[in-house]
Design a protein around this ligand. Structure first.
Ligand code: FAD
Length: 458
């Protein structure tokens, strides 16, 4: 059966930083750094950007601000809020191809597609991101070893440049523009709409198998075996465990469950929220220590099986909106690195460096990236182990720790993720993306971001 919804308006997302049309202070999900920029909505059905003639300020598309750092910020400039482009234009329930404007949330695509037996081919750990923002960062999910990045499932999109020109881009049409824009961090123009190939599912559940890993070596062994046998794998790590227990945690593998009785589950909006920002970070060594002990201890056996709602497996953090407020007024900083398999012992060095600095990370995640070819010129994933750490921002000592994590990563031949970053040096960026200058011929001359100016002096 083919379903073609006409105009579908998506309610404004729960949990995003409040949109601030007009000029003012702004921050992304990490709430660091804070910049002064002007936000203007992108007019629908227009080839003209919302900028006055003679305004020399730089421009940047804005999705839902779920990048942690400053790739979606434009200090002193204008950000063009693409959430006004919020219509799902077409969904073919026979082929699973959805065409949607770039400001549509992934949650809205799930809402329409899942009850009809389709799911996102690749999804990040939150569903409250826009389609355009997800393509511009070429996001990855828990199935990189099987499915690569989101860009591998994009059929085509339309790109608008500041000179008013429009291009349809696909792996075969304007392929060089496609490659530059997927993962291009919004610097090549505005994606107006995109077509995404979904993957079939029989139910709204996944069959989850959780293995309690006792150490980093144990994680590496179980992850290898799990990647061979499961579509999705991800590990939560107790980052405070040290010595022989360094790297202990829970490795959660999953497959979409076969058909179960009852309707396919729809996406639900979260029910809990952090209503205000506490005056100091509630995320600290003591609270994380308690959480980690409970989390690691809750599973007594080596392995446990469960059938769980897919949304619970994919988006555990979406259950509480505005959870970033828990980190207090200075915000949080995230560090995501990827370390080549041959140098994977460096993951232990990263964990030890955080411990030496007495910095506890609330969300510590280990995953493996497979060797899928890079779809976008600036796509972050590459074969190896990827470690994500997030820390309450405590000023200079946190910045020093992050610089040390960069050093370990680069020395191991790895890379640091730009769209989780708020402070990496030009040298770290160069080491992570030695080929970044290949993007320059495609960069829109009017577009720039705080991140881009910092790492390229451009
Ligand atoms: C809880 C949480 C979990 C996450 N888990 C993951 C994960 O597992 N994997 C992962 O890869 N990422 C993850 N992320 C990061 C997030 O998925 C990405 O940063 C995502 O790209 C944010 O999308 P957005 O719509 O909020 O875009 P924004 O953050 O607003 O913008 C992202 C980039 O896209 C550009 N952009 C936005 N709209 C357009 C457009 N229409 N045309 C062109 N460029 C555009 C912007 O200029 C910017 O450079 C996570 C983030 C959070 C908060």
């Amino acid at each position: 059966m083919e379903r073609r919804p006409d105009v579908t308006s998506i309610p404004f997302d729960a949990g995003a930083p409040a949109p601030t049309p007009g000029r003012g202070m702004a921050a992304s999900w990490g709430r660091f750094p804070r910049v002064t920029q002007e936000m203007r909505p992108m007019p629908r059905l227009s080839s003209v950007l919302p900028v006055d003639d003679g305004d020399a300020r730089t421009l940047l598309p804005y999705g839902n601000g779920r990048s942690y750092g400053d790739t979606c910020l434009n200090d002193g400039g204008i950000v063009i809020d693409c959430r006004s482009l919020n219509r799902i234009l077409d969904f073919n329930a026979g082929t699973g191809i959805v065409r949607a404007e770039a400001g549509v949330m992934l949650s809205a695509i799930i809402d329409i597609a899942m009850p009809q037996g389709w799911f996102l081919p690749v999804t990040p750990g939150t569903r409250f991101v826009t389609l355009g923002g997800a393509i511009a960062n070429d996001v990855h999910g828990k199935n990189h070893h099987r499915a690569g990045t989101l860009g591998a499932h994009v059929e085509r999109f339309e790109l608008l440049r500041s000179d008013g020109s429009r291009r349809i881009c696909s792996p075969t049409e304007n392929a060089d523009w496609f490659r530059a824009t997927v993962g291009g961090m919004g610097l090549t123009g505005i994606i107006l709409w995109a077509e995404l190939r979904l993957r079939p599912v029989e139910s709204g559940y996944v069959d989850q198998s959780t293995v309690k890993v006792r150490s980093l070596a144990d994680y590496f062994a179980v992850a290898e075996e799990s990647d061979a046998g499961f579509e999705y794998t991800v590990a939560w790590i107790d980052n405070l465990a040290s010595g022989a227990s360094l790297g202990r945690g829970l490795l959660m593998r999953a497959e979409h469950a076969p058909k179960v009785a009852g309707p396919l589950r729809r996406s639900r909006m979260p029910t809990l929220t952090v209503p205000f920002q506490p005056p100091f970070s509630l995320i600290n060594r003591a609270s994380i220590g308690v959480f980690n002990a409970l989390q690691y201890g809750k599973q007594r056996t080596r392995q446990a099986e469960a059938r769980v709602p897919a949304l619970k497996y994919f988006y555990p953090l979406d259950g509480v909106t505005r959870w970033n407020r828990l980190y207090g007024p200075r915000g949080l900083v995230q560090h995501q690195s990827v370390i080549p398999f041959a140098a994977r012992e460096a993951v232990g060095d990263l964990l030890r460096a955080a411990q030496r600095a007495k910095a506890a990370s609330f969300v510590t995640v280990l995953k493996t990236f497979g060797d899928a070819p890079r779809v976008g010129l600036m796509s972050f994933p590459r074969a190896g182990v990827t470690l994500t750490l997030d820390f309450a921002h405590r000023g200079e000592r946190t910045l020093q720790l992050l610089a040390e994590l960069d050093r370990i990563t680069v020395e191991a031949g790895g890379a640091v993720n730009p769209y989780k970053d708020a402070r990496m040096s030009p040298a770290t960026f160069e080491a992570s993306f030695p080929w970044w200058r290949e993007l320059l011929p495609f960069k829109d001359p009017r577009f720039s971001s705080s991140f881009w100016r910092r790492v390229t002096a451009g």
